[in-house]
Design a protein around this ligand. Structure first.
Ligand code: ADP
Length: 418
C-alpha cells in the first residue's frame, strides 16, 4: 500500500477514491475502520462522517483510522476534506490535522483544497469557487458550515494550535523543486502547515511530486491525483493500467432513486420514457400500506425481462407538499427505510447490479446490505464510479449523489457493467 486516506464524509471519500483510481491506484473504500486487512490495493480510503460532529469526537475517530491504516502498512497518510474547506470556526479540519501530526510525530504538512477541474482554485491563500471568492459563493449560506472568509490561512489558523503559512503561486508555478525548497524554508521558520496555491492540474502534479515524502498530506481530492500521477511516473504502480478493473458480476440489475435533485429528476424522467418503473408513494407508506411488498411483487414479475427502476424522486413542489404533511425529516426517514428494505428484497430476487441515486438514500442502502468496503471500479460519469461491494453476496453498486451524472445516467451505468 502506498497511501492510507481518512475522509471526513462518505461522498468525499468516493470522490477521492475515484480520483486515485483515475491516477492508476487500485483503491478500496471502507466504511469506517474495517475488520479485515485489505489486500491487493495501492490505496485505502476510510470514509468517516466527521465533518460537522463535535471536534473531540472527530479527533478520536480520525486517530482510530490513523492507527488502523498504520497497522496495515500505509507509509503516507492523506486527510481528505471538502474542496470548499467546509468547517466551522472550531473545526474540524484544524483539530484533526493537529491530532494526525501528533500521531505521526511530523512537524510539517500542507493544506490544499484546490480542485481546478471543478472550479476550486487557490491563489495567494484565497479560495475561489468558479469566478468568486468562497465567501461570496453559495457556501456563505451553508446551513452547517457557512464559509464567510475565503482566506484559508486565517480560516485554518483559527482552528489549529500550530503556525500556518503559505506556499504561494509564484513558487508552485516553478515546479516541484521550488515547492520543496520553500517547504524547507517554512520548516526553518517554524511553520507547521502551509496553505498551497493551485490553479491547474499541472500545479497539482507539481504538488504531488513535491509532497511524495511527507508523512501527512491534507487536501481536497485534487492533490490525490497529483500524488497518484507522481507514483505512476516513478514506476511505483505496477497495476496502473488495470487499476479500475472489477471482476465480472453475473445477476439481475435494478435502479433505486430517492434523490429529488434536479439532475435526478431529469434522469428518472428519461428512464420513464421507455423503461419499467414503480413509484413509491410517501403518503401510502405513512398510512402503513404494504408499499415495500407491493414494489417487490411488481419487481418480481418483471425483473427477468430486464432492469427496473423503483423511485420516490419527485419535483420540488411535490416534495414540499409531502414535507408539509409528514415533516421533512420524518418523510426522509420513512422513504429511506423503505429503500433499505427494498434493496434487501432485490438482492433476494437475484439483483447483483444496483444503481442508487441519492446521498442519504445510498447510505441507507449500503447499511441495509451490510456493506463494509467498496472496491472502486471504472468511472461512469465524473465523480461516480462503479464499485464492487463486499456484502454477502458481493454486489456491484453505483452510488450517485445529488446532481451528478448525465440525463441518461441510469441506462449508461447499466450498459457499462453489462
Ligand atoms: P440527494 O443526494 O439528491 O440529496 P438524498 O438521498 O441525499 O438525495 O436525499 C433525498 C431525501 O429526500 C431522502 O431523505 C429521501 O428519502 C427524501 N425523499 C425522496 N423522495 C421524496 C419525496 N417524494 N418526498 C419527500 N421526501 C423525499
Amino acid at each position: 500500500m502506498l497511501i492510507g486516506c481518512i475522509a471526513d464524509d462518505f461522498t468525499g471519500a468516493t470522490d477521492l477514491a475515484n480520483m486515485l483510481v483515475q491516477g492508476g491506484m487500485r483503491t478500496l473504500q471502507t466504511i469506517g475502520v474495517a475488520e479485515a486487512a485489505p489486500r491487493d490495493v495501492d490505496a485505502i480510503v476510510v470514509a468517516l462522517k466527521t465533518r460537522t460532529i463535535e471536534p473531540a469526537e472527530a479527533v478520536a475517530q480520525s486517530r482510530a483510522a490513523l492507527s488502523w491504516l498504520r497497522t496495515n502498512g500505509a507509509p503516507q497518510i492523506y486527510l481528505k476534506y471538502s474542496s470548499t474547506f467546509d468547517s466551522t470556526p472550531r473545526g474540524n479540519i484544524g483539530p484533526v490535522i493537529d491530532a494526525l501530526m501528533d500521531g505521526l510525530q511530523t512537524d510539517f504538512t500542507i493544506a490544499c483544497s484546490a480542485y481546478p477541474e471543478n472550479g476550486r482554485t487557490i491563489y495567494r491563500g484565497y479560495l475561489f469557487v468558479g469566478d468568486v471568492l468562497l465567501s461570496e459563493s453559495g457556501m456563505k449560506d451553508h446551513p452547517l458550515t457557512p464559509m464567510t472568509d475565503a482566506n484559508l490561512v486565517r480560516v485554518l489558523q483559527a482552528q489549529s494550535s500550530r503556525k500556518v503559512g503559505q506556499v504561494k503561486f509564484d513558487v508552485v508555478a516553478r515546479g516541484a523543486e521550488a515547492i520543496r525548497a520553500r517547504i524547507a524554508e517554512l520548516k526553518r521558520e517554524g511553520i507547521a502547515i502551509a496553505i498551497v496555491d493551485a490553479v491547474s492540474d499541472a500545479d497539482l502534479a507539481a504538488i504531488g511530486e513535491a509532497c511524495e515524502d511527507l508523512p501527512l498530506v491534507t487536501a481536497g481530492s485534487g492533490v490525490g491525483l497529483g500524488l497518484a500521477l507522481n507514483a505512476r511516473a516513478k514506476g511505483r504502480l505496477s497495476h496502473a493500467a488495470s487499476a479500475s478493473a472489477l471482476p465480472p458480476i453475473e445477476g439481475r440489475a435494478a435502479v433505486l432513486s430517492g434523490s429529488c435533485s434536479v439532475a435526478t429528476n431529469a434522469q428518472v424522467a428519461e428512464w420513464l420514457r421507455s423503461r419499467p418503473a414503480y413509484q413509491i408513494d410517501p403518503l401510502s407508506l405513512a398510512a402503513g400500506r404494504p408499499v415495500v411488498a407491493d414494489a417487490l411483487a411488481w419487481t418480481a414479475e418483471r425483473i427477468s425481462a430486464g432492469a427496473v427502476l423503483v423511485y420516490a424522486t419527485s419535483p420540488p413542489e411535490e416534495v414540499k407538499a409531502i414535507q408539509v404533511k409528514l415533516g421533512s425529516e420524518a418523510a426522509g426517514n420513512l422513504i429511506e427505510g423503505a429503500f433499505a428494505q427494498i434493496a434487501r428484497g432485490l438482492v433476494d430476487l437475484g439483483v447483483r447490479k444496483l444503481v442508487v441515486a441519492g446521498g442519504e438514500t445510498s447510505g441507507a442502502v449500503v447499511q441495509a446490505l451490510g456493506v463494509r468496503a467498496l472496491r472502486i471500479g471504472p468511472q461512469i460519469d465524473p465523480g461516480v464510479p462503479w464499485t464492487l461491494a463486499d456484502g454477502k453476496p458481493p454486489i456491484a453498486l453505483a452510488l450517485k449523489s445529488g446532481n451528478f451524472g448525465a440525463t441518461n445516467f441510469f441506462a449508461k451505468a447499466l450498459e457499462q457493467i453489462g
